[in-house]
Design a protein around this ligand. Structure first.
Ligand SMILES: Cc1cc2nc3c(=O)[nH]c(=O)nc-3n(C[C@H](O)[C@H](O)[C@H](O)COP(=O)(O)OP(=O)(O)OC[C@H]3O[C@@H](n4cnc5c(N)ncnc54)[C@H](O)[C@@H]3O)c2cc1C
Length: 458
């Protein structure tokens, strides 16, 4: 009897032990844990891996790549990049692509088909629209940007911050007579919300000397037109057990003297990652950081960010003529910039009949509202063009890249916001990269991330 009782007790303990083991989080060790597997996070992971560091990437999405979106046409297998398309021909990008076996060429940033100018809000083609010749104004703009060499490496501003940098870009354009360059600069600044109201600093950061050079000499473009290949190959390099997809940080503890502890909910259960360093490569908005143990300094800085919204997709069955790109202009508006929220344009793609749509807004919208406005815009245009069709425009791909541009007020900039933001590097074993810390431009972000590596590996 006693032995039966002992055996039952033993069985119960065994069962409890098995259940407890199954419920208790898996403990994982790494040199560096990286939150966010977009452009900057993936670059950091590959470089740290190659420098001999063990890394773990935590990504909320089911793929790496962030703003990189590639559509694979099921009929033809043709790939279309409807997110990130081009890169700068700089050493850091060349090295990265060679490392990941991505063949590339240098070419101008082209568009498919013929370009027609249209006021898409009104649904009217502007047949006689002649864009201004930007050559002289671009040179004058470049001379202005060149006065701030610190901005090429990040938000390194002169002290005191010159008024020119914090004035709205529209005012800066008037002051220096740069109007003829506005259309082309704005074309490279999609997703920036109200372009002319943006602080000049933010335009300089996004459309700096490197962008001007690439406009002249060409961009680095992967020849397969499948930018997801970069992230697929990075995934292979890092190993599937080191990239936690569809995963979410549930808590962090950075109070230890020599390491951080990051608890992550993954599809296969909870993992507790103990790492020497933490790299944050996600938009630092407070609502995206609720599960992180931010201290007062971090909270007070991130609280100041506001953001714009940027949406992209591919639409078929538009009924519009094939191989025609519609660039949205409003001749009644300053510099003919289109009114937002709205479409920047409808771009022809490598697949006849499939249109690339880019939509911007100063503030975020519900996805259904964005999609409905895009469809309504297409129907308005084709109706006004006299196109008779029953075709229902339909999204084959859609992504919201919101929050897109995170910025702060001129007063914050003048009172040293970016010095304080830069001082966060290394604070609480944590390093920050991504568009908010430099600029929404992949190759330049890889450059920026590269400058952090000696600090992260120290
Ligand atoms: C439509 C579009 C076209 C563009 N075209 C170009 C181009 O041609 N060339 C160019 O250089 N740049 C382009 N850009 C700019 C682009 O933003 C930057 O190049 C770059 O992607 C920004 O990198 P990032 O690392 O800051 O952010 P992202 O690449 O967006 O990466 C952030 C990652 O973090 C993840 N994440 C966010 N929050 C969390 C969380 N809480 N937990 C876990 N993961 C999280 C996201 O899912 C994402 O994968 C384009 C952007 C868009 C939207």
């Amino acid at each position: 009897m006693a032995s039966l009782f002992r055996r039952m007790l033993h069985g119960t303990f065994l069962t409890l032990f098995v259940i407890a083991a199954a419920l208790s989080p898996e403990e994982v060790e790494a040199d560096v844990v990286i939150i966010g597997g977009g452009s900057s996070g993936t670059y950091a992971a590959v470089r740290l891996h190659d420098l001999g560091k063990s890394v773990i990437v935590v990504e909320q999405d089911d793929v790496l790549g962030g703003n990189t979106n590639t559509y694979v046409d099921p009929q033809t297998n043709i790939t279309i990049d409807y997110g990130v398309v081009v890169f700068h021909d700089i050493l850091v990008a060349q090295n990265y692509f060679n490392r990941l076996n991505i063949p590339f060429a240098i070419a101008p940033m082209g568009s498919y088909g013929t370009t027609t100018f249209a006021n898409l809000k009104e649904g009217e083609v502007i047949a006689n629209f002649v864009p201004s010749n930007p050559t002289n104004a671009l040179a004058a703009y470049g001379a202005q940007v060149a006065q701030y060499p610190g901005l090429g490496a990040g938000f390194f501003l002169p002290n005191p911050v010159p008024e020119d940098l914090v004035m709205p870009f529209g005012q800066f354009v008037q002051k220096y007579n740069l109007g003829d360059a506005v259309q082309i600069i704005a074309g490279f600044a999609q997703g920036y919300g109200d372009f002319l109201e943006q602080m000049t600093l933010n335009i300089f950061m996004g459309q700096g000397l490197q962008v001007l050079e690439s406009m002249q000499t060409g961009f680095l473009i992967p020849v397969h037109h499948d930018n997801h290949e970069i992230y697929d190959n990075a995934f292979q390099v890092l190993g599937s057990d080191k990239v936690l997809l569809k995963s979410k940080v549930v808590s962090t503890n950075r109070s230890f003297a020599d390491h951080v502890e990051v608890t992550v909910q993954t599809p296969s259960g909870l993992k507790v990652i103990n790492a020497n360093k933490l790299v944050m490569a996600i938009p630092p908005k407070l609502d995206n950081l609720v599960d992180f143990d931010l201290d007062g300094t971090e909270q007070s800085l991130f609280l100041q960010f506001v953001n714009t919204a940027y949406y992209t997709g591919l639409v078929r069955n538009t009924g519009l003529p094939e191989n025609t790109t519609y660039q949205n202009v409003d001749v009644a508006a300053p510099y003919s910039l289109p009114d937002l929220p709205g479409l920047y344009g409808l771009g022809a793609t490598a697949i006849p009949g499939l249109l690339d749509v880019k939509y911007g807004s100063q503030t975020a919208f519900f996805d259904d509202a964005v999609k409905a406005d895009i469809i309504a815009t297409i129907i308005r245009l084709r109706t006004n063009l006299g196109i008779q069709t029953d075709e229902e425009p339909e999204f084959v791909a859609y992504n919201s890249h919101t929050p897109f541009r995170l910025t702060v007020s001129p007063d914050d900039v003048k009172s040293g916001f970016y010095d304080k933001l830069n001082a966060l590097q290394g604070h609480l074993h944590t390093f920050w990269t991504g568009a908010t810390f430099d600029t929404p431009d992949s190759a330049l972000l890889w450059n920026f991330t590269e400058t952090l590596l000696p600090l992260i590996t120290a």
